[in-house]
Design a protein around this ligand. Structure first.
Ligand code: HEC
Length: 151
């Protein structure tokens, strides 16, 4: 059993090394999959945080952890939209690459809102937490309304 685990880890690190070498020419499909994964991370943390913010689940120190998770994933927003990655089922609108400065502003807004939410969760002030959370959600929606296909 130990041996099996060893080989599994060894195989995993070879894969990791190979993928690091290949990362210079990420395919459009992989770029899209990666973006969806990061967005899914954001949704997971927001969904969990929302339950705690609304008092439906006990905090026990985890609200701050979710806020930090959101802030960490939000730092990636500027690198997950490589040009040409609006392939297949992508819901990214061409406007993203047509107005890069406005899109960068939408990213900054969300990153700042995520940082402010981390600070609020550390304060323990419920009103400040609620306000920062709404502002964060608004920053996700703001970008989606403008740059994502409407369903
Ligand atoms: C700067 C713009 C921007 C910001 C900010 C942003 N998103 Fe997105 N998001 C998008 C775009 C564009 C798509 C569509 C991606 C695609 O399909 O290519 C998307 C897709 C998604 C999806 C759908 C993933 C799927 O399964 O198809 C979820 C969920 C999501 N975002 C959650 C969030 C959350 C939560 C936040 C805020 C914490 C957030 N997003 C912030 C632009 C943004």
């Amino acid at each position: 059993m130990k041996r099996l685990i060893f080989f599994a880890i060894a195989a995993l690190s070879v894969t990791t090394i190979l993928s690091n070498i290949a990362s210079a020419d990420t395919t459009r499909e992989d770029a899209l999959d990666y973006r969806i994964s990061v967005m899914t991370v954001l949704r997971g943390h927001i969904g969990a945080a929302s339950k705690i913010v609304r008092g439906l689940v006990a905090d026990d120190g985890y609200l701050a952890a979710h806020a930090e998770g959101i802030a960490a994933a939000a730092t990636e927003l500027s690198r997950i939209f490589p040009e040409g990655s609006d392939v297949g089922e992508s819901e990214s609108l061409p406007l993203i690459w047509e107005e890069p400065e406005a899109f960068a502003d939408a990213i900054s807004k969300s990153k700042e809102a995520a940082t402010a939410f981390v600070t609020a969760t550390q304060s323990g002030d419920r009103a400040a937490i609620g306000k920062a959370f709404r502002n964060l959600g608004g920053s996700c929606r703001g970008c989606h309304d403008q740059y994502r296909v409407k369903n």
